[in-house]
Each structure stands twice: as structure tokens, then as C-alpha cells.
Design a protein around this ligand. Structure first.
Ligand SMILES: [Fe+2]
Length: 183
């Protein structure tokens, strides 16, 4: 399964590059100001672990990222395929948007697809268990959790209202492969 698929912004039909090596992906995204790294924990976590158990398991990595970027709040968001508002929640993040704060997510479990629109390209990044992605404020992007969403993620915040999605008004997201066809 491909991790980072790069398209030119005007051609969603054929990718110009596909990268699977974590270090290469991290370097490529770093050049765009985007953080991508893997975290590990020695603490065994069950699928039912609650917010405090998840945060405790990754406390040292969380503290490092908080120090680095000035995050002061973290929480844990989880969604399962049988969530009654799954379709509605999916739609909420499917249009290109920006935020006034970072969008930093660590995937404790499950997966999702980020689409980052930068330098005339779309970077389609599959995030799986163990991946941290950190988009700076004002980065145009969208996110597809798929028709059967299934993930648990630690979220990081600097400002309470910063993580409101501000639509760019572009319909670019409609042209690119959805999570279930690309994953
Ligand atoms: Fe977002």
C-alpha cells in the first residue's frame, strides 16, 4: 500500500511519483514545512484504551512535540465504522480547507488519508498506526477517513478555536481518489 502519492494539481488520474520509504517521505514533506514521523511506545495498549491511557503511553513523545511547537492541549479522537454520523463526519473534512492552527495528529490505531495541496501538487499521504503528521497553519488540505472510518488519533492544539476548518472554496478534492480507491 502506497504511503505518499504525488500528483500535479491538474492531473488526478496519474501520479508523478510514489514513495514508500519513511525517511524519504519525511524529507519530502519537511521541505514543505510538514512534519512526518513515527512514534513507538513500550506500553501495551488495548483497542479499548481510554484517553488517559493513550496519552500516558506516548507521554514522552507528546511532551517533545508540545515543547517544539507550543501545543498546550491534547485529546484523543476515535471513530469506528458503526458510528451513526460516520458519513456526515467524513463529509466535514472532504473539501479543501485550512486552519489557523497546526493540524497535528498521531495515529494510535487505524488509518486515514491526508491530501496536502502545495507547490502546484497534491501530496496524498496515507497515515497508519504509528504515524504522526503535523501540518502548519494555513496549509490547504483535506482528509478522507473513508466510508468505514476506523481510527484513533491524538490531536494537538495551541489555540482553542484554531482547529476550525476554513474552506478555500476550491473543488479540487472532488477530482482526487478517495481513501477506499487509493488505499
Ligand atoms: Fe483539516
Amino acid at each position: 500500500m502506497d504511503k505518499l502519492t504525488i500528483f500535479t494539481e491538474d492531473n488526478a488520474l496519474s501520479a508523478v511519483e510514489v514513495l514508500n520509504d519513511t525517511d524519504t517521505i519525511a524529507q519530502r514533506l519537511k521541505a514543505l514545512g510538514i512534519g512526518f514521523e513515527q512514534w513507538q511506545t513500550d506500553a501495551p495498549l488495548s483497542a479499548e484504551a481510554d484517553e488517559s491511557e493513550v496519552i500516558a503511553a506516548y507521554q514522552s513523545s507528546i511532551n517533545d512535540l508540545k515543547r517544539q511547537h507550543g501545543f498546550h492541549t491534547v485529546d484523543v479522537a476515535a471513530i469506528h465504522p458503526d458510528h451513526p454520523q460516520a458519513e456526515e463526519l467524513r463529509k466535514k473534512f472532504l473539501c479543501e480547507h485550512t486552519h489557523d492552527d497546526f493540524e497535528a495528529r498521531y495515529f494510535v490505531d487505524g488509518s486515514g488519508m491526508f491530501y496536502i495541496h502545495a507547490v502546484g501538487h497534491v501530496f496524498m499521504l496515507r497515515c497508519d498506526k504509528g504515524d504522526l503528521v503535523n501540518l502548519p497553519a494555513l496549509t490547504p488540505h483535506w482528509f478522507d477517513m473513508g466510508a468505514k472510518p476506523d481510527f484513533k488519533a491524538i490531536r494537538f492544539f495551541r489555540i482553542a478555536e484554531g482547529w476550525v476548518g476554513l474552506p478555500t472554496g476550491s473543488d479540487i478534492a472532488e477530482r482526487f481518489p478517495r481513501f477506499e480507491t487509493a488505499a
